[in-house]
Design a protein around this ligand. Structure first.
Ligand code: GDP
Ligand code: IMO
Ligand code: MG
Length: 423
């Protein structure tokens, strides 16, 4: 069997959690392969709303195995809060959630370092989620990390060594902090974690595949936040692209099947960094208000703009996207005109490829399409789509060279429409 991958093509928050939940019944296993509690994946069904951060979004659909892969970074305190809330709402996890021994632990001092590095950057700060993501991946790569598997072997010693190292760095930065509460919650989280299955997830997943089981990999963040291909340095610290599923789970590249690329009908970004099609006018405010564009976890206001097809084409390319999924179409239901950025003007020259640097001097060039001016939120099938909406879909498919197979018309699980276009 192959492994299918679902990942964000923009700057995160495309609606990955919702679609993973919708697709889960087709799979035996759902696995996260990178990122950590910087993610906030929202699901809505039966009048309930859930926000997942470290736990895969396949946890609500039947008795599926959900795996936290080696590429993920895990904060035991935040994990405990998330898992306890799920259990309290009637969704038992213990038997179904497997955690890779090779996943790295976010230590309390990683969170403090995240804040200290951001403070040191001043105006140039990244606007991180403050969850210690960058410092944890830094320690992983510099071979100083503490892993989930270490909880069972010489843990106190390894934790003390890492903490002492961090305290030295914080001292050199003259950064004042209080570790007491954070560390207390974190150590409670470590105890709590011990009741879960710690696994060698690369063996587990490959054995499942050998047994004919199907796996859906759930990306976090988005391609424009990828450490290599995103708008560096305003990015996260992991490979959010499809290749991240190989390194983050131990799955060989020739095992990758479908690559679902997910995007909003417009575009948002949270945190600092370039965003060529950002709107600073009332249209941007209207998109933000209608789309409830506030961070799922941090509550931060998301910046809004028109869809950026230059960036999307690049994302489709680096991920090898085979199927597209368009989210939040309903947010544009009332607009007279929809714009789509089809090229960038850089130093007076028009380019249609994503350049090395988009930090400055990039002006969007727009195509304009008529809006559909129809409430799509109750639609059940593509037969109901208005003509102008179909024209928008066709335009995007021509620009991106990949078919849009799923359209989302509202936050609920039920507001999801499959398209049966010819391959
Ligand atoms: P993720 O991080 O990619 O899982 O996305 P988030 O959960 O951070 O943000 C997506 C937001 O849009 C959530 O509040 C979802 O409930 C909501 N959402 C998802 N799909 C749709 C849709 O088709 N229409 C509307 N209006 N909201 C949606
Ligand atoms: P999901 O999975 C949107 C952004 C932060 C910041 C940058 C680096 O919900 O789509 P980090 O804390 O990772 O070091 O922050 O990345 N960011 C996200 N933006 N959605 C996310 O996750 C994000 N995770 C990180 O705002 O700009
Ligand atoms: Mg999110």
């Amino acid at each position: 069997m192959k492994v299918d991958v679902l990942l964000g093509l923009q700057w995160g928050d495309e609606g990955k959690g919702k679609v993973v939940d919708v697709l889960t019944p087709k799979y035996d296993v759902v696995a996260r392969f990178q990122g950590g509690p910087n993610a906030g994946h929202t699901l809505e069904f039966e009048g309930q709303k859930y926000v997942l951060r470290s736990i895969p979004s396949g946890i609500f659909q039947g008795n599926k195995v959900n795996i936290v892969g080696n590429g993920v970074v895990l904060d035991p305190a935040l994990f405990k809060a998330e898992a306890e809330a799920l259990e309290a709402s009637g969704h038992p996890l213990k038997e179904r959630l497997h955690i890779s021994k090779k996943a790295h632990l976010i230590l309390p001092t990683h969170r403090i370092l995240d804040a200290a590095y951001e403070a040191a950057k001043g105006d140039a700060k990244v606007g991180t989620t403050g969850k210690g993501i960058g410092p944890t991946y830094t320690d992983k790569v510099s071979r100083n990390g503490v892993r989930v598997g270490d909880i069972l072997h010489n843990f106190e010693q390894k934790y003390a060594a890492a903490k002492a190292r961090h305290e030295q760095i914080l001292k050199s930065l003259n950064y004042e902090y209080d570790l007491t509460e954070l560390e207390k919650a974190w150590l409670e989280g470590i105890e709590y974690l011990k009741q879960f299955h710690f696994v060698d997830s690369e063996h587990e997943i490959n054995n499942l595949l050998k047994d004919g089981k199907s796996v859906l990999c759930e990306g976090a963040q988005g391609t424009m936040l990828d450490i290599d291909f995103g708008s560096y340095p305003f990015v996260t610290s992991s490979n959010t692209v499809c290749a991240g599923a190989c390194t983050g789970l131990g799955v060989a590249p020739n095992r990758i099947g479908e690559v679902y690329g997910i995007f909003k009908a417009y575009c948002t970004r949270v945190g600092a960094g370039p965003f060529p099609s950002e709107l600073f006018d009332e249209t941007g405010d209207k998109i933000g208000a209608l789309g409830h564009e506030f961070g799922a976890v941090t509550g931060r206001k998301r910046r809004c703009g028109w869809i950026d097809l230059v960036a999307l084409k690049y994302s489709v390319m680096v991920n090898g996207v085979t199927k597209l999924i368009m989210m939040k179409s309903d947010v544009l239901d009332t607009f007279d005109t929809i714009k789509a950025c089809v090229a960038y003007k850089v130093n007076g020259e028009e380019i249609d490829y994503f350049p090395y640097d988009i930090t400055e001097g990039v002006e969007p060039v727009y195509a304009e399409l008529p809006g559909w001016k129809t409430d799509m939120t109750k639609m059940q099938s593509e037969d109901e789509f208005p003509e102008e909406f179909n024209a928008y879909l066709t335009f995007l498919e021509e620009q991106l060279g990949v078919q849009i197979k799923i359209v989302s018309v509202g936050p609920d699980r039920a507001q999801t429409i499959e398209r049966y276009t010819e391959e």
